[in-house]
Design a protein around this ligand. Structure first.
Ligand code: MG
Ligand code: ZN
Length: 353
């Protein structure tokens, strides 16, 4: 007969096992606010009545964004660090500084049988989404980047950039090639929303989607459609979502654009969190590739919901950006991190090999 202490020991072992198993996510949704620093977040928070969906993520940290060759990163090197775990030179996509291709977290997830997706408020060939699926020496090689979408078996990608798929110097029609690889092609948000399963290429705009007020709920709706499709995979999924145009408001030193793009991104975060809360097996990470505009808010009025915005540059800055996490594994994304830490942490939590 087993002694009581032995039984207790095994009971505790089982408990420890189930607790550690419960901490492992099945799905990861990685949301990147391009150019989103703490001042951009706070400007949106004040204008939204002193609250944001972002506040629902309780694990916070910072990410150091410098690239391999510059104090201030661009979105190519910034996205590449987040996706591959390697710091590279500004302008490069999915490659180390010596031009060697590095597998991205999305490609690793795909190789391990997870469903994968990209949803962005810009052309899918732009630097940030490109960093998750393409390998090119220069971020401006849009046609080469578009062709790279056919080299990884990504399940869902939604954004703009249609012209880089069908109006090409090499005369290839990548939309026809995608169809022959069993992709459903959507040219409108209604077509996206009608798709429940299978592979989907949503190319809704020739180049970039318009600003938030004009494109309406494109980003939250496309994101939820992607989740709906990817969630069919029993093994799990990895989805990258980008609030792409926060950065562009920063470059223009346009605080209204920054706030509108932030609120659109925050609405998307809210919908994602609703899913993650219900699902219980989804890790949600929100961060930025860098800050844009050197934004400070010397004064403002909480009741009147306004801020005075001072921009100090038309470019990016080198300040660390905030990291927010929710769900199983969220505690891994606290404290000061390098932007190269995300890939390995996510891979480890998803048990990718
Ligand atoms: Mg971007
Ligand atoms: Zn930028």
């Amino acid at each position: 007969m087993l002694k009581k202490s032995t039984i207790l020991f095994f009971a505790l072992l089982c408990l420890a096992e189930s607790v550690s198993a419960a901490r492992m996510p099945k799905n990861v949704i990685f949301l990147i606010g391009d150019g989103m620093g703490i001042a951009q977040i706070y400007a949106a928070m004040v204008s939204n009545g002193n609250s944001l969906e972002l506040e629902r993520l309780k694990h916070l940290g910072y990410s150091k964004t410098y690239s391999s060759d510059k104090f201030t990163t661009d979105s190519g090197a910034g996205g590449t660090a987040l996706s591959t775990g390697v710091k590279t030179k500004n302008g490069m996509i999915g490659m180390s500084p010596d031009s060697v291709c590095v597998e991205t977290i999305l490609q690793q997830a795909d190789r391990n049988g997870l469903a994968t997706g990209i949803v962005v408020a810009c052309a899918v060939t732009h630097a940030t989404p490109a960093s998750f699926i393409a390998h090119q020496v220069n971020r401006n090689m849009y046609e080469e980047i578009a062709a790279d979408y056919l080299n990884t078996d990504i399940d869902v990608f939604i954004g703009g950039g249609k012209k880089h798929f069908e109006n090409r110097k090499d005369k290839r029609n990548l939309i026809e090639e995608l169809k022959s690889k069993d992709y459903q092609i959507a040219y409108s948000i209604d077509e996206v929303k009608k798709t429940n399963k299978g592979k989907l290429a949503g190319l809704l705009y020739e180049e970039h989607p318009p600003v938030a007020s004009v494109r309406s709920d494109f980003l939250p709706e496309a994101t939820m459609s992607a989740i709906h499709i990817l969630n069919n995979n029993k093994t799990g999924f990895f989805l990258m979502v980008e609030g792409s145009q926060i950065d562009w408001g920063g470059h223009d030193n346009d605080i209204d654009m920054v706030v509108n793009e932030m609120l659109d991104f925050d609405k998307t975060i809210g919908k994602v969190l609703d899913f993650a809360e219900k699902d219980g097996n989804t890790l949600v990470i929100v961060t930025a590739d860098h800050e844009t505009g050197g934004l400070t808010l010397p004064t403002g009025n909480i009741e009147k919901r306004n801020v005075k915005a001072n921009f100090s540059t038309k470019s990016h800055t080198g300040v660390p950006v905030p990291v927010f996490a929710f769900g199983p594994g969220a505690e891994e994304f606290t404290g000061f991190m390098e932007n190269t830490d995300f890939k390995n942490k996510i891979a480890k939590l998803l048990k990718l090999r």
